[in-house]
Design a protein. Structure first.
Length: 502
């Protein structure tokens, strides 16, 4: 049976359609005798107009005795003129506990990555949370990402299958510590996508690619779901720490929740104007994680970061193969360092991640290299937050960077060197390996003040002398030769700063 989706209520950012009923599938005793009931299917059709809210909810009355709920959907991708947005429709679902922002009803999200999903107690489609299909009002969540001028015609089909619910297995959450090498530099990639969102690699393929890239840790960061947190069983080991998180994909930018408690869900259904982000940033930190705005100057619709950096623990300035978008993010981050020095405010560290989804995306291009006491969730989080890290394009690139001066004092990446006066000479030293044909640049609050070519082998040492009066901080960039006249070459490595105080 097909029916039309009717509007029954509106809100600033949400719309609710007419309820889909399966009343004919109910049994007099609440479903205890319903194991042999045939499948029931309902189809809803409608058209969303331009200017639709970010989220449209389709309520579904689920009776007792349902073993599985299965949903499929299609929509028309109307041809549009060049420069006009066509139709794109995301999908997810909330159970009988409701759709309240930050509530407990979330049961999965696949965005636009797949056209169907199912949920039952023992299993669910990747991106969705397995568990009992309890009686009550469930809500299919539609997200009209973009709507063509002619509107967005859609069709949603819901099928209920009856029978014993079965049991839900315990998730195999990864341990918080790996063997590691004690106090050392550890390489990681904290922005990765698998088949649990819009990626094409399985978790097993990601783990294999991480090891091949020389990584010590990775972070599960699926779009708007935590379904992958419990699927890494047998994939971690003494050599690979698996952290759990989420890419919180709002309509005003994306932000990584890095290394949150397994099973943590962070809501994404708000814009900058709603003043909700601060609450969820605090929720990420309460769950032990880091708040990291991702690809803040990406040009895809909804990707450009509009929430500011006041709640950020770090910022992703390098996302995948180095691009002009990254160059803009790097410049913005450097400006934030200048402001932090000028106003004596805390500074935010830089990160780099691959954002790998599928071939030919390279896992570990780039990677954040973190100085940590051990290979553990707590130690890696502490190292990233403190800025004791640098970014490298691969495990072939290694960097040592620090500043010394005064009476034998030394400070490394992310640290502060305090000397006796603003005019006290200090020596900046950079050691690089694995960067043939590259050039070293020392960047300060006054801009790039020193540049030197590295040996053809890519292994060498560069030194420069300055004072705190001349440079409030120094950071290093290692760049490939420029390929476009007038534009800088792509990065091979980038360090967080060392601060100088007289």
């Amino acid at each position: 049976m097909a029916r039309r989706g009717l509007l029954v209520g509106t809100a600033a950012t949400a719309l609710t359609l007419g309820t889909v009923s399966f009343a004919d599938a109910a049994t007099p005793n609440g479903g205890n005798e319903g194991d042999d009931r045939p499948d029931r299917t309902r189809t809803v059709r409608g058209t969303l107009p331009t200017g639709s809210p970010d989220f449209v909810y389709l309520p579904v009355e689920v009776p007792c005795g349902v073993r599985e709920i299965a949903v499929s959907y299609t929509y028309e991708k109307t041809p549009v003129p060049a420069g006009t947005q066509g139709n794109a429709l995301d999908i997810g679902i909330f159970d009988e506990r409701g759709t309240a922002l930050g509530g407990r009803g979330f049961r999965g999200w696949s965005g636009g990555a797949r056209g169907s999903f199912f949920i039952r107690a023992d299993e669910a489609t990747p991106g969705y949370i397995a568990g009992p299909v309890r009686a009550g009002t469930w809500n299919i969540a539609l997200g009209p990402y973009t709507v063509a001028p002619e509107g967005l015609p859609y069709e949603v089909t819901i099928t209920l299958r009856f029978g014993p619910a079965g049991s839900t297995p315990e998730p195999g959450y990864p341990p918080e510590r790996a063997k590691g090498r004690g106090w050392a530099w550890y390489r990681g990639d904290c922005h990765l996508h698998s088949t649990h969102s819009d990626g094409r690699r399985t978790p097993a393929e990601i783990a294999a690619a991480a090891r091949a890239a020389g990584l010590d840790f990775i972070n599960s960061s699926e779009h708007n779901t935590y379904s992958a947190h419990g699927v890494w069983g047998g994939l971690w080991g003494d050599d690979l720490l698996v952290l759990t998180g989420e890419e919180i994909t709002t309509r005003n930018g994306h932000v990584l929740a890095v290394a949150t408690d397994p099973g943590t869900f962070v809501d994404w259904r708000y814009r900058a104007r709603d003043n909700r982000f601060g609450h969820y940033a605090k929720a990420v930190r309460k769950a032990g994680g880091l708040v990291v705005p991702a690809h803040p100057h990406a040009t895809c619709i909804g990707c450009h970061w509009k929430f500011g950096f006041g709640e950020a623990d770090a910022v992703e300035v390098w996302n995948g193969a180095y691009s002009p978008e990254d160059e803009i993010a790097l410049a913005e981050w450097d400006n934030s360092l200048v402001a932090a020095v000028r106003w004596s405010k805390p500074w935010v560290a830089a990160m780099g991640n691959s954002d790998a989804h599928r071939e030919p995306d390279v896992v570990g291009l780039p990677q954040t290299v973190v100085l940590a006491d051990e290979l553990s969730r707590e130690a890696i989080v502490a190292g990233i937050r403190a800025g004791h890290s640098y970014i490298a394009e691969s495990s072939a690139v290694t960097v040592s960077f620090g500043v010394s001066g005064g009476r034998g004092l030394h400070a490394g990446i992310g640290e502060r060197l305090r000397v006796d006066g603003d005019d006290t000479p200090v020596t900046v030293r950079l050691e690089v390996a694995g960067a043939p044909g590259c050039t070293a640049h020392f960047v300060t609050d006054q801009g790039t003040l020193f540049t030197a070519g590295l040996p053809e082998s890519g292994t060498g040492t560069v030194e420069w002398r300055t004072t705190p009066a001349y440079a409030a901080y120094v950071r290093a960039e290692v760049r490939h030769p420029a390929t476009v006249p007038g534009l800088p070459g792509a990065l091979a490595a980038l360090t967080n700063p060392v601060f100088l105080e007289g």
